[in-house]
Design a protein around this ligand. Structure first.
Ligand SMILES: C[S@@+](CC[C@H](N)C(=O)[O-])C[C@H]1O[C@@H](n2cnc3c(N)ncnc32)[C@H](O)[C@@H]1O
Length: 301
């Protein structure tokens, strides 16, 4: 970055982007041009698409903001933490380093839940999201299911407060009850035993020993609490399977995201849980098993 450090002259968008992308590429970042565009748009306070038609030079103050963002990206800080926004289910959600950055794969979980409730889109389904983070799953479901009430739990107060802010942003806050606590415990404490139509979760599922080998963006910047799934990555899945038969209505569903290579073990866990029957696993767009499903025995209520 030349201009701003040499006295703050205005710079041309194309030249700024070219230099930035070259720098990020030289640092081994996988999507240098895209990252540079996102960061320049953030520095200018505009949409990324607006960069293409922009004729005016970038003013020195914005060039300096861009340079600072670029330094942080070169140190592998995720773009979403730098811009403060990540789109999920076409909803631009606010994210901070207190929460996992929502992944496109998790949209498969949202789709799967909508499929399970296909005939109930406008009826008052009761749906829980355990480990809600920035609220991605609960908010997407609340938007897609206007008749539903959501319960969103996280052990992290910072995550819950951000999730509540995001819910307000998309005007679904009146249909989401946020509960702070450990796993499914807040549902039992709130008298929801036997009341849930769906218990959904994208839980922490990375085996502890594999955390250090994750890409630096994840290992160094995303909260360990959101990643660490215990020795085999499945601590949370066992907890959910144990709670599901008592929390779900007869005929209600458990929908849980899994990591690479975990679906077989989770299916076996669900098959071995009294009162639950596994349903076919849902694959992501790359054809990997991504969402394990089970149904509580009994007629749908
Ligand atoms: C993988 S992140 C998922 C975040 C969000 N649902 C998503 O899909 O982007 C897991 C979340 O579980 C939360 N969490 C971890 N341990 C928990 C616990 N014992 N009880 C409740 N939430 C927990 C973390 O704070 C984190 O927000």
């Amino acid at each position: 970055m030349r201009g701003e450090r040499e006295g703050g002259s205005a710079r041309d968008v194309a030249a700024l982007l070219r230099e930035a992308a070259e720098r990020l590429a030289a640092g081994g970042l996988p999507t240098p041009r895209l990252d540079a565009e996102c960061l320049l748009a953030a520095a200018l306070g505009c949409e990324r698409a607006a960069l293409y038609g922009r004729r005016e030079a970038v003013p020195p103050a914005a060039t300096a903001r861009f340079a600072a963002l670029l330094d942080r990206r070169a140190a592998r800080e995720p773009v979403a933490y730098l811009t403060g926004i990540r789109e999920f289910w076409s909803l631009p959600l606010k994210v901070t380093p207190a929460v996992l950055i929502p992944r496109p794969d998790t949209e498969i979980l949202v789709e799967a839940v909508l499929g399970l409730l296909a005939d109930r889109a406008r009826t008052p389904a009761t749906v829980a999201d355990v480990g809600t983070g920035c609220g991605a799953i609960a908010i997407a479901l609340a938007v897609a299911l206007p008749g539903a009430h959501l319960y969103a739990v996280d052990v992290s107060p910072e995550a819950l407060s951000l999730a509540a802010e995001n819910a307000h942003r998309f005007q679904v806050e009146k249909r989401i009850t946020f509960l702070q606590g450990d796993g499914t415990a807040p549902f039992f404490a709130t008298g929801l035993a036997g009341a849930l139509d769906v218990l959904a979760a994208n839980p922490p599922y990375i085996p502890t020993a594999e955390l250090a080998a994750l890409p630096p963006e994840v290992a160094r910047f995303e909260p360990r609490l959101a990643l660490d799934g215990g020795a085999d990555g499945l601590t949370f899945h066992r907890h959910l399977a144990a709670g599901a038969p008592r929390l779900l209505r007869p005929g209600g569903f458990l929908a849980v995201e899994v990591g690479a290579g975990q679906a077989g073990a989770v299916r076996a866990l669900l098959a071995g849980t009294p009162d639950l029957a596994p349903l076919p696993t849902v694959q992501d767009l790359a054809g990997r098993d991504r969402v394990c499903l089970a149904r509580r025995h009994g007629p749908a209520g």
